[in-house]
Design a protein around this ligand. Structure first.
Ligand code: G
Ligand code: G
Ligand code: MN
Ligand code: NA
Length: 254
């Protein structure tokens, strides 16, 4: 309860922070975009990890206004990038299960698009496999409408749920993000190596692109390149970093 009331307080003061983690094209190593990740430092509680506060926000309903704030922040960032010659970058944001299940998301996004006039194809919405499968029919209808508006859609944490890629393809999506649990053990666990390679091949045959999460070593990077993965994200390339640092990172790397 303390955490919850501190969270409301932080939201009211707009004191949540966002960090950005770069995503790179595997073939060239070029940075093509970033994932937006929430960060919370509370004066009394110290740094609270998202794995701790997101579930509480989800449970209490706070995730809805917090999710709205994140979307507004994302659109604002995209508008800044567009104004600063970084308009080709794509920004990915995480949607919670409640945002996906609720009615307000489309209206909210429409209002933000009208306000910021960004190119919707620069914004990628990530939905976890588990959230997507909670009510597949509702998800299907929502994703179709989001895609009609031009947003990009990705299935996050792919492989951690119980659905097949063939089934997920019934949803109108662009990309899958292979969960870092598989990437982590590519070198040591032959099963994981086979799963990752097969997932890339199947995704491509379904017309989807693949982002590998949690890439930490050159060997993992090499494996993913060999298997013709499209993009990667992980500590090998960059940690999640504050927004000003990310702008600097892009400039020095480009
Ligand atoms: O950055 P980190 O690995 O600590 O994130 C932990 C979890 O928190 C991840 O599963 C991530 O998807 C989730 N998360 C981070 N930012 C957001 C956000 O803005 N919205 C939602 N719903 N989840 C987020
Ligand atoms: O939304 P998602 O569940 O994919 O959240 C991404 C999470 O993964 C963030 O918490 C981020 O800090 C974390 N992360 C990103 N790259 C790496 C990595 O290379 N290794 C590990 N262990 N975690 C990572
Ligand atoms: Mn994610
Ligand atoms: Na993930």
């Amino acid at each position: 309860l303390l955490l919850e009331s501190r969270m409301w307080n932080t939201l009211e003061r707009e004191a949540f922070e966002v960090h950005l983690q770069a995503q790179v094209e595997l073939a060239t190593g070029r940075v093509i975009g970033a994932e937006l990740l929430l960060r919370w430092h509370d004066d009394e509680l110290g740094t609270v990890e998202p794995s701790r506060f997101i579930p509480i926000a989800e449970e209490s309903g706070l995730i809805l206004p917090l999710g709205d704030w994140v979307l507004a922040r994302a659109m604002q960032l995209l508008a800044e990038w567009q104004a600063n010659g970084l308009g080709a970058l794509r920004l990915a944001v995480n949607l919670s299960a409640r945002q996906v299940a609720g009615e307000a998301l489309l209206e909210r996004l429409d209002a933000l698009l009208a306000q910021h006039r960004i190119d919707p194809s620069r914004l990628e919405l990530e939905i976890t496999e588990t959230a997507a499968m909670r009510d597949p029919e509702t998800t299907r209808a929502l994703l179709r409408q989001l895609r009609d508006r031009g947003f990009k859609l990705a299935i996050d944490d792919f492989g951690t749920g119980y659905s097949s890629l063939a089934y997920l393809k019934l949803f109108s999506i662009d990309r899958i993000k292979i969960d870092r649990g598989f990437v982590q053990d590519i070198e040591t666990n032959p099963n994981d190596a086979v799963i990752v390679a097969a997932t890339i091949a199947l995704a491509h045959s379904l017309g989807l692109t693949v982002v590998a999460e949690g890439v930490e070593t050159e060997a993992q990077y090499g494996f993913l390149r060999d298997k013709r993965g499209d993009e990667a994200q992980g500590f090998l390339f960059a940690r999640p970093m504050p927004v000003p640092e990310f702008a600097e990172f892009i400039r020095t790397r480009a």
